[in-house]
Design a protein. Structure first.
Lengths: 471, 452
């Protein structure tokens, strides 16, 4: 242990010991050829994984910022432990400082809960008050340490900003012990935590000790934050608790997989950060870990299969396209009914429904490619045989629903168009057959007559309402 | 001040207090709004996230002179609020998590920037975090022939701008803070108001950066506002109270930084003023939680105790009266066994409460004998006590009558319910009770209803 302590209270080296410029060294770091590098990378990755697991539960319990409060609240504990050790004339040791930090963080967690109970302040205010009060006390104690001239304040600074790069084996052992403890608790109580996160009232009704589980989660957070001090410091430790979990939510809905992905993202982010900071001298490792994890978050935000922006945009786009194609086919038939001519111009389609010009030409292009329409000349379009069948089915679905609404929901003829406009895309054959039997007298083969005047014959105002949601 | 601190120097300590107080007032204004909007942690996030803005402003200008840094910080503050909004709206991320992601990332970015520029410029991240208000009075400019610390004109300017913009936008901010939907429906711009608030918070953060450190600004944003919130329910008084509490925290913070180490017999002298200001502000919140007139714990507890005490008194009187009526002409002792009182059971607290009630009744002249510490077993009613007990018993039996009649409560449940209700003393309630039971002489159990 003693060599570790020596390193902590020495001036923290800004970057990995092996760090220097040059591609060769970078390769050495990447391939983990130094023992030192291996130690740092192992410690950081372990930490990221643990943070991801605990963070997932915290996030789902809507306590993401508790990590922030606890991280800050450790400062007075660490400083007080430092002062106490100094006053008693003992040898400073890492476990004592961590114990002090842990006690302070636990007190802060209890203070948040207590303050919320006894006052009418909301969650945000209680957390901010406790955070700033504890941190202020920490700054006071820190200034006492500094002015009493113990010479160890550099070591305390490490706790604030982290000292990943100068981690040694004993630090990694501390991280490993704490991490394994937290992980085993998470595995043991997985079911209980799942219940707690998704439905605490149900958990309480099953006789689970909700308060006790919350305290357990709180203490897991404390332990994670404590070991996280080593890597990123007490201010940025919240990042390890928040970012991987928030990123994993984009990837999956399953809690098991969320926990797995979250710890994976945490580990990879830590590895990336350490490697980057080692590659370029002068980049603080703690901050680089956070930035790397944030980078992974952005990737997940865009590409995550479950909630990612791109998949969601793609889904929305294909949905819009399918709906637009249905509308186009139906408009073609409706225009033909009005004009009696199978060759329709874009202008006529524009009259029938309020497309945007670009949107319409896009839809026309897609329909031509799908073989549902052919372009006769520059401006005129006609349905193919295949398009004819599809369009007839669309119009039929639309009007069946209109008649159904008229018959059974007693809507006015002027109001059925829009309702049918929305439902026509999801009417399945079974439902269509039922509609046919229900409305028996009204239908034969082919689309029934429209119960309301078609768009071109009505005043333009109605038309806008009918097709207003088309893009 | 010199009565507290022997070596108080107005030219130095005075300026420290002035600077901290100005920061506190500047922060209390947007802080009040953040509090009622339940966004106090946003203040914490912004105070971290301005770091890259400050760093970039610093790198661009190369000096610590305000303008660039202020602009950078405001941009960073706005970016925090906007990115958080985007993550919530577009990404569907939980609010706390969105804040956490954004501010830690920006803070890390700021650290990297500062460390990268560490050789060329003198900007210490720990200075940004903890602040060095002790150094501020030493850095002076001459304004109209008077030497003032350079921070003071800046602080005055930002305070004035903050105060004026809040005054000008008062109504819109108010509606947007309490009911964004109504604000939007009335043609207000709740989103714009959110941005305005963010600008004010960021400006507060950057001016606080030198004075109290950008982390501790969260204390001045939330603590005075929270303490004020516990004292009043109206926003405008709350804002002014918050500003005054901020000033108190500034004075108290610096004074305690100077004196408390002496009390604790520490040899150190330069304890961080910004840290102790934050601690002092938190203590003020705790004081407000305990002692606020409306919502404070102490007053609430006191009111509850007073009520329990009155109920105990009345119960004791009632039992004494009943015992007297029962033993009339039998020559039995008229004391009360505590077990007859039911209710709280024979617990220690209950017995203590009854003991106190007996003492209080004796002092008020409702019971005899006149002994220093009467025991409930050994007392009997005086004339005055009998009058008061008659009123109580009448109320009790009127309630029983009403409950049996109008509420159709079974006979064996009447007594317990009436025991609770007899302590209600609103005049109109009693009047209607009297009217209800105007002609009855006996309660449902056949006992006489005494004329009060």
């Amino acid at each position: 242990m003693s060599d570790g302590i020596a390193t902590i209270f020495a001036m923290g080296t800004p970057s990995l010991a092996v760090a220097s410029t040059g591609g060769e060294d970078f390769l050495r770091i990447l391939l983990l050829q130094d023992f030192n590098t291996r130690v740092v990378v192992a410690g950081a990755m372990l930490l990221g994984a643990v943070g991801g697991v605990v963070g997932t539960f915290l996030l789902l319990r809507r306590r993401a910022l508790m990590g922030d409060v606890m991280g800050h609240a450790m400062l007075p504990g660490v400083a007080a432990a430092f002062l106490a050790v100094q006053a008693l004339g003992l040898e400073r040791s890492l476990p004592v400082l961590l114990l002090g930090g842990g006690i302070a963080a636990t007190l802060a967690g209890l203070a948040v809960i207590g303050l919320r109970r006894v006052s009418q302040l909301d969650d945000d205010a209680t957390m901010a008050i406790v955070l700033s009060g504890f941190f202020g006390l920490g700054v006071v104690l820190l200034s006492v340490v500094q002015s009493s001239g113990g010479g160890g304040q550099a070591g305390l600074e490490d706790f604030v900003f982290g000292k990943t790069a100068s981690m040694v084996t004993s630090d990694v052992v501390v991280i490993a012990i704490g991490g394994l403890l937290v992980l085993s608790v998470a595995v043991l109580f997985f079911k209980e935590f799942r219940l707690l996160c998704f439905d605490d009232a149900f958990a309480a009704s099953l006789g689970r000790p909700v308060m006790g589980l919350d305290l357990l989660l709180l203490s897991m957070t404390v332990v994670t934050a404590l070991v996280g001090l080593q890597a990123v410091g007490l201010i940025l430790v919240v990042a390890l608790l928040v970012i991987p979990a928030a990123a994993a939510r984009f990837l999956t809905d399953d809690l098991r997989w969320t926990v797995a992905f979250s710890s994976l993202i945490g580990a990879v982010g830590c590895w990336l950060g350490v490697t980057l900071s080692a590659a370029a001298p002068g980049l603080p490792a703690g901050a680089m870990i956070v930035l790397a994890t944030a980078g992974l978050f952005v990737v997940a935000l865009f590409t995550g299969p479950k909630r990612g922006l791109l998949p969601r945009w793609w889904l929305g786009r294909s949905l819009r396209r399918a709906v637009g194609r249905d509308h186009l086919l139906r408009s073609m038939l409706e225009c033909r009914e009005v004009t009696g001519n199978g060759e329709i111009t874009a202008a006529e389609l524009m009259m029938n429904r309020s497309w945007s010009r670009g949107g319409l030409s896009g839809l026309l292009r897609v329909a031509r490619r799908a073989g549902e329409m052919i372009q006769i000349d520059r401006d005129r379009w006609r349905l193919t045989d295949r398009g004819e069948i599809e369009a007839a089915a669309m119009v039929r679905n639309h009007r069946l629903w209109e008649h159904y609404l008229l018959e059974y929901a007693h809507l006015a003829p002027s109001h059925v168009d829009r309702a049918a406009d929305r439902i026509e895309h999801v009417l399945d054959p079974v439902l269509v057959r039922r509609l046919e039997t229900e409305l028996g007298a009204l239908v034969d083969a082919g689309p029934p007559a429209s119960p309301h005047p078609l768009a071109d014959e009505t005043p333009p105002g109605d038309d806008v309402v009918a097709g207003g949601n088309e893009s | 001040m010199t009565m507290f601190v022997s070596d108080w120097q107005w030219g130095y300590d005075g300026w420290i207090v002035v600077i901290t107080a100005l920061v506190a007032m500047t922060c209390a204004i947007p802080g009040s709004f953040l509090l009622v909007r339940r966004q106090s942690m946003l203040g914490d996030a912004v105070s971290h996230a301005v770091l890259p803005g400050i760093a970039i402003g610093f790198l661009v200008s190369g000096t610590r002179d305000g303008g660039w840094m202020l602009a950078g910080a405001i941009v960073a503050g706005l970016a925090t609020a906007m990115l958080t909004q985007v993550l919530r709206r577009v990404g569907g991320v939980d609010r706390g998590a969105a804040l956490g992601v954004v501010f830690t990332t920006l803070f890390a970015l700021g650290l990297v920037l500062i460390v990268q520029a560490g050789d060329s410029v003198d900007l210490d991240p720990s200075c940004v975090l903890y602040g060095q208000v002790e150094l501020a009075p030493l850095d002076v400019v001459v304004v109209r022939g008077i030497e003032v610390p350079r921070a003071v004109p800046w602080l005055l300017g930002v305070l004035a701008v903050t105060f004026l913009s809040v005054q000008v936008l008062w109504k819109e901010l108010l509606v947007a803070s309490f009911d964004p939907a109504t604000a939007a429906a009335q043609g207000g711009r709740p989103n714009l108001m959110q941005q305005v608030l963010m600008v004010l918070v960021a400006a507060g953060c950057v001016v606080a950066f030198e004075a109290v450190g950008s982390i501790l600004v969260v204390s001045l944003l939330v603590a005075p506002a929270a303490a004020a919130r516990l004292v009043t329910n109206r926003l405008r008084p709350m804002m002014f109270i918050a500003m005054s509490i901020g000033v108190v925290a500034a004075v108290g913070g610096h004074l305690s930084a100077l004196t408390v180490p002496g009390w604790l017999a520490l040899e150190t002298t330069d304890v961080s003023t910004s840290g102790s200001t934050a601690v002092f502000a938190t203590l003020l919140v705790i004081l407000a939680v305990l002692a606020s007139p409306q919502q404070g714990l102490l007053f609430g507890t006191f009111r509850r105790l007073a009520l329990r005490f009155r109920i105990a008194e009345e119960d004791l009187l009632g039992v004494l009266y009943r015992r007297e009526v029962e033993s009339r002409g039998l020559g039995q002792p008229t004391g009360v066994h505590l077990s007859e009182l039911g209710g709280g059971g024979p617990g220690l607290a209950f017995r203590g409460m009854m003991r106190l009630a007996a003492i209080r009744l004796r002092w008020a002249g409702y019971v005899t004998p006149f002994r220093l510490i009467p025991h409930p077993d050994q007392i009997k009613l005086t004339e005055a006590g009998r009058v008061r007990a008659t009123v109580l018993i009448r109320r009790h039996r009127l309630w029983e009558l009403y409950l049996a009649g109008a509420a159709a409560i079974p006979l064996d449940h009447l007594h317990a319910t009436a025991m609770d209700l007899e302590h209600l003393a609103q005049p109109d309630l009693l009047a209607s009770l009297e009217a209800e039971a105007a002609k009855s002489v006996h309660d449902p159990q056949g006992r006489e209803i005494p004329r009060g």
